[in-house]
Design a protein. Structure first.
Length: 243
């Protein structure tokens, strides 16, 4: 692997503009398993009587807010992914000019909490919540610690909305456009904890027109051959070795 690190360092040194895409592997390396993953999906259906595709939707938020927030607190907020060495390593790369934009589909704001400045949280974050009517914002703690099962706006008495993309919802169009532009600008695209066929990113990756596509992911994938370089490991074991 050390040869690959040296080569990757050379790629970054020569890259004019580098963009990183952070997928679900960035949460898995912090011990978090997504609710859509097979190993969790069955337990969720047993526990709630519905699958996550039904629970984590605006339909449930609107019509069954108690169940929605029980699910959201238990499965999304109570055991978030632990921060790994990846976030600070990305921030260090950004600081020394080797990384220009980090785009993540995870809702835990991992790159920014690691210190990155130019971040696109494609699906929003658990830290942003507002009242859909008066737009008053509420911190994560308000959702977590609400004495009622459903956190209500203090003024309007209606459920506060976590500003995350729920399943089946359109992604914020400004973020989509910005993501497309950033990828189109990139000379090097890093796929961190995600594969080329990623449900979230595959559509955006089509806009990549640069020189080097690098995958750092612990799971091999049959499309890996089309990348310039593949490192089969967790990003947290690789990124801190770069300078
Ligand atoms: Zn309100």
């Amino acid at each position: 692997m050390d040869d690959k690190i040296i080569l990757l360092q050379k790629i970054l040194d020569n890259s004019r503009y580098t963009v990183a895409l952070c997928g679900s592997g960035m949460m898995e390396e912090g011990g978090f398993i997504g609710v859509k993953k097979q190993e969790k999906a069955y337990a969720i259906e047993e526990k709630y009587g519905y699958c996550s595709d039904e629970l984590y939707t605006s339909g449930f938020y609107n019509t069954r807010p108690e169940l929605f927030f029980t699910f959201y607190r238990n499965e999304m907020l109570d055991f978030p992914p632990e921060l790994t060495a990846s976030g600070p390593a990305l921030a260090a790369l950004e600081q020394n000019g080797h990384l220009h934009c980090t785009i993540t589909s995870n809702i835990y704001d991992i790159p920014r909490r690691g210190g990155c400045k130019n971040v696109i949280n494609l699906h929003g974050t658990i830290y942003d919540n507002h009242c859909p009517r008066c737009k008053k914002t509420y911190p994560l703690e308000y959702i977590k610690n609400s004495k009622r099962k459903v956190p209500l706006c203090e003024h309007c008495n209606i459920p506060v909305r976590p500003l995350v993309s729920l399943f089946g919802e359109m992604v914020d169009s400004q973020r989509m456009t910005k993501t497309t532009l950033e990828i189109g600008k990139a000379d090097t695209l890093l796929l961190l904890g995600t594969a080329l066929d990623s449900e979230v990113f595959s559509h955006y990756i089509k806009y990549f027109n640069g020189r080097w596509l690098v995958i750092i992911h612990h799971k091999p994938h049959y499309m890996d051959y089309s990348a310039s370089m593949v490192i089969l490991d967790h990003p947290k074991n690789v990124l801190p070795k770069l300078t």
